[in-house]
Write a protein that binds this ligand. Structure first.
Ligand SMILES: [Zn+2]
Length: 385
């Protein structure tokens, strides 16, 4: 059983977390507003603010407009108190950034490697990146990677782009770097970034749908990322659209990615006699009806996938991201019409469809945000690892 001292510490840490999280999400506020919003007694609040100012996590200064009397001094969260390193491991490239607690990129690093690398090689490159980007107060490292990831044990279960299976990444890196290291699926990381700092910040329930080489999604339920029982939630790219459709790279037939990703665009470009996606896109923009139809078809199928998600999850919004969004003008209209016209009416009535805001940086910001989320976690919430 926990003694009274332990309970007191828990209460103190919990109250500290309440104050700092409120300042982080809702901006500077007066002590009176903090007391009202947290429900803390003035003495407890004063003590917690004093501790936080001493730590450097909170600053005091600035005045609030007051209609009468002396304007109250504001208490603010200090986003530069610390930072985390966010890393994205791609097929032949590693990108990394130092990201502050407001999700702002402060420094970048990039390096490349040959295809199908040995895990030890990539681990060394991550270490180099972290050493290059580290300054005095790094809280930890977040790594985003495509494929199936065991976030709890920090193991890359299956990564087709790297040819890896069951590669332990977090533990060896933690040993070398002496920092907490978290591993996450790349689309989940992107979704977390959009939730904290981007297009999803106003929604407690949304789906982030990405389109590029494949189709992916991250699901936010009640404000938190939904990872599923084994970390594989959101593999929407392999939702079956047509059981007799073409074979997918996963081995099944007629998955969504076969009809709504770069794989589809490449196939159709070749069928129409265009060299690649860039040429297909150019022709579509110049009014080639067949090329335009290819993008419309992609939007239509992506809409079918989204519609299934909408009917299943009833989200407030779909946040659309991924590298193929640079051609969004060619397919988003068809996507929206499919989602709006054919979803079960009530589920789609007030659904918002918005573009992701953070672009490719979202993967790095999201990876760093996993570390920040652990830092801001209330002591009553479960740990990630
Ligand atoms: Zn598939």
């Amino acid at each position: 059983m926990r003694g009274p001292k332990g309970d007191q510490r828990l209460i103190r840490d919990y109250n500290r977390g309440l104050v700092v999280n409120l300042l982080r999400t809702d901006g500077p506020m007066s002590r009176a507003d903090l007391a009202r919003r947290t429900g803390l007694a003035p003495s407890a609040l004063t003590q917690r603010i004093r501790d936080l100012i001493e730590e450097g996590l909170v600053t005091e200064g600035g005045k609030k407009e007051a209609s009468t009397g002396r304007p109250p001094t504001l208490v603010s969260f200090n986003p530069d108190y610390a930072a985390a390193v966010g890393v994205k491991i791609e097929g032949t490239r590693l990108r990394a950034a130092r990201v502050n607690l407001a999700g702002e990129v402060c420094a970048r690093y990039e390096t490349s490697f040959h295809p199908s690398p040995e895990p030890s090689e990539v681990i060394s490159l991550v270490e180099e990146a972290v050493e290059h980007l580290s300054d005095s107060h790094i809280l930890g490292v977040g790594i985003s990677i495509s494929g199936f990831v065991d976030t709890i044990n920090g193991i890359d279960i299956y990564s087709p782009i790297l040819g890896w299976e069951n590669v332990a990444l977090a533990d060896p890196l933690e040993d070398h770097l002496d920092l907490p290291v978290h591993l996450e699926n790349d689309v989940n990381a992107l979704t977390l970034a959009e939730r904290w700092h981007g297009a999803g910040s106003d929604y407690r329930n949304f789906v982030c749908l990405t389109v590029g080489e494949g189709v992916g999604s991250g699901v936010v339920v009640n404000g938190s990322l939904y990872r599923g029982a084994f970390g594989g939630a959101g593999e929407v790219g392999h939702m079956m659209i047509d059981p007799s459709g073409p074979i997918c790279r996963c081995g099944e037939r007629g998955c969504l990615e076969v009809f709504a990703s770069d794989q589809f665009l490449k196939r159709e470009a070749l069928r129409l006699g265009f060299a690649d996606i860039a040429k297909l896109e150019q022709e579509a923009r110049e009014g080639d009806v067949q090329a335009m139809d290819v993008f419309k078809q992609m939007g239509h199928y992506l809409g079918i996938g989204a519609k299934n998600l909408v009917n299943l999850l009833n989200p407030q919004a779909i946040v659309l991201g991924g590298e193929r969004m640079e051609a969004s003008d060619l397919f988003v209209a068809a996507f929206k019409s499919e989602v709006r016209e054919h979803s079960f009416a009530e589920a789609a009535k007030d659904l918002e469809i918005v573009p992701a805001l953070l672009g490719e940086d979202g993967f790095l910001i999201g990876a760093a945000t996993i570390v920040a989320a652990e830092f801001f976690r209330l002591p009553t919430e479960r740990t990630l690892r």
